[in-house]
Every structure is written in structure tokens, then in C-alpha cells.
Design a binder for this molecule. Structure first.
Ligand SMILES: NC(=O)CC[C@H](N)C(=O)O
Length: 370
């Protein structure tokens, strides 16, 4: 079976020619790459990828099929897929559908049979930029016209597109701990980690007020991962400041970490091309131990600003590849956060201890409930 052709045009004019994968159509977004050797379905459905074209550096995508459970949200969130071998026949006894049926069913446009190593080198050299994939338009002027209309990721608020429309609860109302989650685009495995640790969880829409959240009588507060530029999310920063005022244990992951940093006056910045993969080494500066982490972010928190505000923020984790900030603790508050993903999915479980650390903090602070 021969696949129809497809094209990828980047904002700097570079083109790559390949074959159509998934739905025939046209899609746009900021291009990024993930170096994970496994876990493509978890990555496709991670809401933090909303608005991004994903290059997978693993040479084979689709070879173990797809299921209805290996998902981090209810649908595919990447804006487009760019891969090398798009393998439709699959081999895994639990798989339910081929990658082609899955992508077509979800309406995702992709391109395969392109030199993903060359694309990654290009992004690593030139930095993140917008791109357009099409398997129906091949006129470069028309593709460029459409690409020019795509907004820059820098300054984009995207959590509103992926947060829950209504608050909902999960787990046993009589569980030992009550955790309120500010949903900026949460991955399911974060919620599963709370449920596994005897928590009753209430997930709140991104623009919920602190009053709404506190009405749940939470023992712990959590700010989730999510897509877009943390610098464009003043509403969430205000909520995080209100959460800090409660003196309750507060934990943030990725976008939640960036929002917590902003809440204590530390700005964020756009990285050259971000960190996305499942083998990023991080050092815990408190214990001296290193851990291999799952990552997915294109923004970071400013090390220069932290250096000038050490009375307010303590650095707890550093990236061993490039020394970027990977974790902080707010001085004088029971609040901490990490830039990476202790929930993994996909990725190693080295950092799962951070969920235990949050529960321990809750135990210390747990108020007697009426
Ligand atoms: N995984 C995340 O929460 C990503 C946070 C943010 N959107 C970034 O790209 O840095």
C-alpha cells in the first residue's frame, strides 16, 4: 500500500518531503522533538503538547499499536506528528488499533518517512519555530501564507483549551487526604498517583478562584502541568499566590512549577528548544542523589532571578546536562515544585518519591476536619 505524499514547511523556509501519516489534511504548530524510545501514545495525549508539532526521534512509531488506556487525557493533544517509520502493522497482544486507525479516528495529520535526525539537528541549531504539515496543499506560497498566520508560542495562553470545563472528584470521599488540583492541562497519571496514595481528589478548572478551591477543604493543593507560555498566565499566578497564603502543602509539576515560581516573583523564559524525553538526568541538591527523569517543557524559570531572591526561593534540583533549574522550594512555606515529570508516563519512576514527599508534607500539616 503506497501512502500519499506530504510536506513539512518550517518558518525559516526549510522543507522536508515525506509521506502522509494519519488523516489527509493540513496542520500547524510549534515544532518540537521528543527523544523517548517508547510511550508514543502517552506523549500524543499529554495536554502539555497542545499546539505543537511533535518530531519523534525513535525510528519506529506504531509498531506496538494503540489502546484505549495508554492515554494521558481523553484525546490526542499534539497538533501534528513527524516521524521516520510509520508502522501500521502492530504486535502487542493488548493493542486495540493500528496507529493509522487511531490517528485517523482522532483527526490527526502527520508526515512520515522524513529524515527526523536532520530535522532535530535543524531545531537544535536554529531553535523552536512554527511549522506546517500538509498532505493536500503542495504550493509553497500557500503553505507559507497559512504558516505566517500561526501565532508564536511565546506569549500564548493555552490551558483554557485543555482544562476541565467543570470541577469533578475522583476516588473515595473517605480517603485519608483531600487534594485539590488546579487543572492547567493535567496528565491522568498525576491523578492516579494521588489516588494510589489514599487521596480524594477534586480537579478544578484553570480559572477557578481560591475560594472555590478552599471550599473543598483540601489538605493539599496541586498545580498541574499544561501547555503554552507560563508568562501569559497572570490569572494562574494570582491563584497560586492565593494558594500560598493558605499555608497548606502546595506541589507543582512543570507548568505548575513555572506558575509557582512566578507567584514568588521569579520570571520564566522561552528556552532555545526545550527538553522532551525520558532520560534527562537531574540532581537532587538536598539528598545529593541523581535521578533519570521524564521531561516535556519549552519554558524554564530564570536562574538569574532565583540567584537574586534566595531569601524567597531555594533551588532543590538542577539539570545535569545544562544546569537549568529543575526544582524549587518556597522559603517559609510548605510549597515545592519540579520542572520535570515524576508521574512519568512515559518514563522512569525514579522521581515518584516526590508524591510521597507531598503526602508527608500533608501529614505534617493536616488540619483536624470537622
Ligand atoms: N509539561 C508542561 O507542563 C509544560 C509547561 C510549559 N507549557 C512549557 O512548555 O514549558
Amino acid at each position: 500500500m503506497s501512502q500519499p505524499r506530504a510536506i513539512l514547511l518550517l518558518a525559516d523556509g526549510t522543507t522536508f518531503h515525506g509521506k502522509a501519516a494519519g488523516k489527509i489534511g493540513t496542520t500547524t504548530g510549534e515544532i518540537c522533538f521528543n527523544t523517548g524510545m517508547t510511550g508514543y501514545q502517552e506523549v500524543f495525549t499529554d495536554p502539555s503538547y497542545y499546539g505543537q508539532l511533535l518530531v519523534t526521534t525513535n525510528a519506529h512509531i506504531g509498531n506496538y499499536g494503540t489502546t484505549s488506556v495508554d492515554t494521558e487525557s481523553g484525546s490526542i493533544k499534539i497538533a501534528g506528528l513527524i516521524c521516520k517509520n510509520f508502522t501500521v502493522p502492530y504486535s502487542r497482544h493488548l493493542a486495540e488499533a493500528s496507529i493509522q486507525d487511531y490517528l485517523e479516528g482522532e483527526g490527526l495529520v502527520g508526515i512520515s518517512d522524513v529524515d527526523t535526525r536532520a530535522i532535530v539537528r535543524h531545531i537544535r541549531t536554529r531553535g523552536a519555530m512554527n511549522g506546517i504539515i500538509s498532505s493536500e496543499i503542495f504550493d509553497l506560497a500557500e503553505l507559507k501564507r497559512r504558516l505566517d498566520a500561526v501565532p508564536n508560542m511565546d506569549g500564548l495562553e493555552l490551558s483554557s483549551f485543555v482544562t476541565t470545563p467543570e470541577a469533578y472528584t475522583l476516588g473515595n470521599p473517605d480517603a485519608t487526604y483531600r487534594v485539590a488540583v488546579l487543572d492547567l492541562g493535567t496528565k491522568q497519571n498525576i491523578l492516579r498517583n494521588f489516588l494510589k496514595r489514599d487521596c480524594y481528589v477534586k480537579v478544578f478548572p484553570a480559572k477557578s478562584s481560591v475560594e472555590d478551591i478552599m471550599a473543598f477543604l483540601p489538605d493539599g493543593l496541586f498545580i498541574s502541568n499544561g501547555p503554552g507560555d507560563p508568562g501569559a498566565m497572570d490569572y494562574a499566578v494570582t491563584t497560586a499566590q492565593g494558594m500560598l497564603d493558605q499555608e497548606k502543602p502546595l506541589f507543582g509539576i512543570c507548568l505548575g512549577h513555572q506558575i509557582l515560581a512566578r507567584a514568588v516573583g521569579i520570571p520564566t523564559y522561552k528556552m532555545h528548544h526545550g527538553h522532551r524525553g525520558i532520560n534527562h538526568p537531574v540532581k537532587n541538591l538536598i539528598t545529593g542523589k541523581s535521578e533519570i527523569t521524564s521531561q516535556n517543557h519549552g519554558f524554564g524559570v530564570s536562574p538569574e532571578a532565583i540567584a537574586q531572591n534566595l531569601d524567597r526561593v531555594e533551588i532543590t534540583h538542577r539539570n545535569l546536562n545544562d544546569d537549568t533549574i529543575e526544582g524549587i522550594r518556597v522559603v517559609g512555606k510548605p510549597a515545592f515544585s519540579v520542572q520535570y515529570h515524576p508521574e512519568a508516563s512515559p518514563g522512569p519512576h525514579d522521581a515518584a518519591y516526590l508524591f510521597d514527599q507531598f503526602i508527608d508534607l500533608i501529614k505534617e500539616h493536616q488540619a483536624v476536619r470537622a
